[in-house]
Design a protein around this ligand. Structure first.
Ligand code: FRU
Length: 534
């Protein structure tokens, strides 16, 4: 890899070199957090996949270990693909993962720690009974669409359950298995859930969330206080979608709530780049934490030149919104330890057509929180009923297209002469019976290098600007702008590769390209320190 590496991140997880993808088997064991992940031992593109392994006391600083799971058995000789950890009731962690066998069939295998008194759990022993789940002529499972087992949950009947992602023709499937002893797994006649036309379901995740609480619960928690979330990574679109619903334990089926949509018109964890994510229950802090893989938006050639590809998103706490219709996500509090000097601005009016620089922060490595107040709501532009697709609307109305209320927001990783910047902003429209808030991340001017994918991202944000402030947080880390709107109701992660706005040449601005004034009710920006990651 070349000496100068302007796109390496400072507080996002990444190994020193090579390709990474899905987070695997995250857990907390004896007070130590474990992150395992898909890793190519040999290069910056996908292949030669093992489970790389790091541990941490705070989810911010990491200690690398040798790969925990790598091909060594017949049942995984062609690859060790994604999977999950389950902590058994007496505290022992068990990994279930997908192995690729000599016929290139996808099968599910188990591994257990070799030495439970090693807090790092460095060595894992595979079951001689592997594979524990395999496609057969009798079960009619598609041999190349059978992967990524979830964390198992324990039913009131004493049986464990888990799902494995699959498809039949174009119907996405969450194949359900049950086991009394964690070794013998029996496929259920019916899937936990399925949906026509959604294609292969990769990396499913199924977990309970508390009603009216931000706290998380163990994956086996049931009862009237919880709703359920089913998350699917759609291979066809490479986005992570979820629905909120109920779990009928008698029938062993998941039913999305009315109004929740399966597949690619449903809700997303993140409306930018974010895939193959997985949650775990942090029993030390009673929260559910989400890890997600953020791939590059650069060309394969550029990835090979820089010698690496892929990072993990900042872990996010996740809980059910009070509306019970969507999730809310927020970067784990621990990341705030990296905040250095705070630059705080007084309340002020941000006039229509004006922008200013926020100076005094390391703009290439920063955490920014800004809140807007809007008084001139009556002046909002009318939402054309045909503008149904928020991403398309953000592309049509980028940061330079002036409106009435908005675009206003942040220009991250901006070059001195404004040849480059990534714009994260809001627009407010007058809808049929309410105001509609659009949140956009516009990468079209993020880099002078046109080999990068500079697609604009966007989502509608369920915030009522009449009663609520409109907040935006951006975690800026050299080649990523990870944004949280409405205190975590919409997340958008974008990978960007400025050629001028790098290191100390990057600037941070607040802008309002609308004709109407808006209020900045609070603005704080912090330079971020570097985390110790490898
Ligand atoms: C998702 C995925 C999984 C698979 C793994 C292989 O990104 O394709 O379905 O197990 O990556 O690396």
């Amino acid at each position: 890899p070349p000496e100068h590496q302007p796109y390496r991140t400072s507080f996002h997880f990444q190994p020193p070199k090579n390709w990474i993808n899905d987070p695997n088997g995250p857990m907390i064991y004896r007070g130590l957090y474990h992150l395992l992940y898909q890793y190519n031992t040999k290069g910056a593109t996908w292949g030669n996949i093992v489970w790389a392994h790091s541990t941490s006391t705070d989810l911010v600083n990491w200690t690398p270990h040798e790969p925990a799971i790598y091909p060594s058995q017949t049942s995984d000789i062609n690859g060790c693909w994604s999977g999950s950890t389950t902590i058994l009731p007496w505290g022992t962690p068990v990994i279930l993962y997908t192995g690729i066998d000599p016929q290139n069939r996808q099968v599910q295998n188990m591994a257990m720690p070799k030495n439970l008194s090693d807090p790092y759990l460095r060595e894992w022993v595979k079951s001689p009974k592997n594979p524990l789940m395999a496609p057969t002529a009798a079960n009619q499972i598609n041999v190349s669409s059978f992967r990524d087992p979830t964390t198992a949950w324990l039913g009131p009947d004493g049986s464990w359950r888990l799902i494995v992602g699959s498809k039949r023709y174009s119907r996405g499937l969450a194949i359900l298995y049950r086991s009394k002893d964690f070794f013998h797994w029996v496929k259920s006649q019916h899937p936990l859930h399925s949906a026509e036309g959604t294609g292969m379901w990769e990396c499913p995740d199924f977990f309970p969330v508390l009603i009216n609480s931000k706290l998380g619960v163990d994956t086996s928690t049931m009862g009237p206080d919880v709703k359920y979330v089913l998350k699917l990574s759609l291979d066809d679109t490479k986005h992570d979608y979820y629905t909120v619903g109920t779990y009928n334990i008698d029938k062993d089926i998941y039913i999305p709530d009315k109004g929740q949509v399966d597949g690619d018109s449903g809700l997303r964890y993140d409306y930018g780049k974010f895939y193959a994510s997985k949650t775990f229950f942090d029993s030390a802090k009673n929260r559910r934490i989400l890890w997600g893989w953020i791939n590059e938006s650069s060309s394969v050639n550029d990835d090979i030149k820089k010698g690496w590809a892929g990072i993990q998103a900042i872990p996010r706490a996740l809980w059910l919104d009070i509306s019970q219709k969507q999730l809310v996500q927020w970067p784990i509090r621990e990341i705030e330890k990296l905040r250095g000097n705070e630059v705080r601005l007084p309340k002020q009016v941000l006039k229509g057509g004006f922008s200013f620089e926020v100076s005094g922060v390391t703009a290439s490595q920063a955490d920014v929180e800004v809140s807007f107040g809007i008084s001139e709501l009556a002046k909002a532009e009318v939402l054309d009923p045909s503008w149904k697709n928020p991403q398309a609307l953000c592309s049509k109305k980028g940061a330079l297209v002036d409106g009435s209320l908005g675009p206003f927001g942040v220009l991250a990783l901006a070059s001195k002469g404004m040849q480059e910047y990534t714009a994260v902003f809001f627009r407010i429209f007058k809808g049929h019976d309410k105001y509609v808030v659009l949140m956009c991340s516009d990468q079209s001017r993020s880099s002078l290098n046109n080999n990068n994918d500079k697609t604009t991202y966007g989502a509608f944000l369920n915030v009522d600007p009449v009663r609520e402030k409109l907040s935006l947080r951006c975690l800026i880390d050299h080649s990523i702008v990870e944004s949280f709107g409405g205190e975590g109701k919409v997340c958008i992660s974008a990978r960007v590769y400025p050629t001028l706005a790098i290191d100390d040449k990057a600037h941070l601005h607040v802008f309002n390209n609308g004709t109407q004034n808006v209020q900045i009710t609070a603005l704080s920006a912090w330079s971020m320190k570097k985390a110790r990651i490898y």
